[in-house]
Design a protein around this ligand. Structure first.
Ligand SMILES: [Cu+2]
Length: 306
């Protein structure tokens, strides 16, 4: 990721066959930042930059600086976005346009949700539907300032432009229903806790330990449904990623949010709970912070499903 290698695997399904979605102009946006030196070679981050998580001033979308994406007047643009950056968060907003979120990491939402902005942490994906409902012209896709940790100054920048091109004949709305997602049942077991901390000697720990591939940190039984709680004791956000099994995030009402996720942001000095079902895979898997440097400095654990 830090050196530029990132792409998308597009998995198509039922949602792509819905006429209202299929009629939209589909765009793919891979967001990455770089820190090139004057000669164009990528600079190695300092110790401090690695602690915080490296960020570069060159923000790119599909390897280009501020590209354009088109939408028809009165039509829809479908923006399928991946945060493939090593550390930066993108707080997405389209100038003068709200948008509908139709999908996240693991697929479509049950129904479109209208939003003014959306926070995309490293590793996260989102699908947005934006309508060409304003006066024809060019509107910025922005990343608004977001404070992901004490030492990093939040800034605003322009990722791309949404440009009106052509006109959509007729009027069509988004489907009211996109997918059916059952909430995972409440588990019988106790909540498993993962404390995220900054360790000694330039390290980041989970439950007091840095990563070791030859050690099993967490054992779960095949068929179990578990609640995991990430307890962030640090001054920085950590986007936690679990391999293999997608999960549902537990909302503030204590109920699982009906959306399949595999990355969840755990804000600084807070806790976030997720619910996972271990249904078919047995073997070793991983969970880790998706900030590349934190993961590299130990914030990763192994999971054995038996
Ligand atoms: Cu982290």
């Amino acid at each position: 990721m830090a050196r530029g290698l990132a792409g998308l695997l597009i998995v198509r399904g039922e949602i792509d066959r819905m006429p209202e979605i299929a009629l939209a102009r589909e765009h793919h946006l891979v967001l990455q930042d770089f820190d090139p030196a004057a000669n164009g070679v990528l600079r190695e981050p300092s110790v401090m930059e690695r602690m915080v998580g490296r960020e570069g001033p060159l923000i790119t979308v599909n390897g280009r600086v501020r590209p354009q994406f088109s939408v028809a007047k009165d039509g829809w643009a479908r923006l399928r976005i991946l945060n493939a950056s090593a550390s930066p968060y993108y707080r997405l907003r389209i100038e003068e346009h709200s948008f509908f979120v139709i999908g996240v990491d693991g697929g479509p939402l049950p129904a479109p949700v209208e939003m003014e902005e959306w926070l995309l942490a490293p590793g996260e994906r989102v699908e947005l539907m934006a309508r060409g409902a304003r006066a024809p012209g060019s509107y910025r896709l922005l990343s608004l300032p977001y404070r992901r940790g004490a030492p990093i100054a939040p800034t605003q920048f322009t990722l791309a432009d949404l440009v009106y091109e052509g006109e959509m004949e007729g009027d069509y709305e988004l489907p009211g229903r996109l997918a059916s997602i059952d909430p995972l049942p409440a588990p019988f077991s106790r909540v498993r806790s993962f404390t995220l901390a900054q360790g000694m000697m330039m390290s980041f720990t989970i439950n007091g330990r840095t990563f070791r591939a030859d050690r099993v940190d967490t054992e779960v039984a095949l068929g179990a449904v578990e609640d995991w709680e990430f307890v962030n004791t640090t001054a920085m956000d950590h986007p936690m990623h679990v391999h293999t099994n997608a999960f549902q995030v537990i909302g503030s009402d204590g109920e699982p949010v009906r959306a399949w996720k595999d990355v969840v942001n755990v804000p600084a000095q807070s806790r976030t709970r997720i619910r996972i079902a271990f249904r078919d895979y047995t073997g070793i898997s991983l969970y880790h912070c998706h900030i590349l440097d934190h993961e590299g400095m130990g914030m990763m654990g192994t999971l054995a499903i038996r």
